[in-house]
Design a protein around this ligand. Structure first.
Ligand code: ATP
Length: 133
C-alpha cells in the first residue's frame, strides 16, 4: 500500500506525525477520504474525529475545527485544538459536556451563549467519543 505523511498541528505543537495509508476527516462540506496522490485541496474542518489508517491500525484524533491541506504526498491538519485519545482527560470532557448542557437549557436560542455552548458540547462529545472507540 502507498502511504503519505500526515501531520496534525495545533497552536501548542505537533500532536501527530506519521505515514498513513488513508486519512478520513470531517470537513464542513462533508466527510473527506484522502488516499495518497489525492489532488491538492484546502478545506475548513468541522469538530470531529480524524481517522488515520495504516493496515489494521487506526489512530483516532479528536479535532476541534481548523483546516486540512492536502498535497499528493502530504496531508497537514492545522487544528484549533487536537488530542490523541490517550491525552484526553475524560473527567474534564464530562464536566465540559455537563456545563454546556446546563447553559443550553438556560440560554435563549438567539443568544450568543447558546451557540457557544452548542459548540462546547460538540467538542466535549467528540472528545468522549474518541476515547470510547
Ligand atoms: P474546557 O471547557 O474543558 O476547557 P474546551 O472545549 O473549551 O474545554 P478548547 O478551548 O477546545 O477546550 O481547548 C483548550 C485546550 O485544552 C486545548 O489545548 C485542548 O487540546 C485542551 N483540552 C480541552 N479539553 C480537553 C480534555 N478533555 N482533555 C485534554 N485536553 C483538553
Amino acid at each position: 500500500m502507498q502511504t503519505m505523511t500526515v501531520s496534525v498541528v495545533t497552536p501548542d505543537g505537533t500532536v501527530y506525525e506519521g505515514e498513513v495509508e488513508m486519512v478520513s476527516a470531517r470537513a464542513q462540506s462533508g466527510e473527506l477520504g484522502i488516499l495518497p496522490r489525492h489532488i491538492p485541496l484546502v478545506a475548513p474542518l468541522d469538530i470531529g474525529a480524524v481517522r488515520l489508517k495504516n493496515g489494521s491500525n487506526v489512530q483516532l484524533v479528536a479535532v476541534s475545527g481548523g483546516f486540512i491541506e492536502v498535497r499528493p504526498d502530504k496531508v497537514t491538519i492545522l487544528a484549533e485544538a487536537a488530542e490523541l485519545p490517550s491525552d484526553i482527560d475524560v473527567a474534564r470532557a464530562r464536566a465540559a459536556k455537563e456545563r454546556a448542557e446546563r447553559r443550553i437549557s438556560e440560554a435563549r436560542q438567539d443568544e450568543i451563549d447558546f451557540k457557544r455552548a452548542q459548540l462546547a458540547l460538540r467538542r466535549a462529545v467528540n472528545r468522549l467519543g474518541v476515547t470510547e472507540k
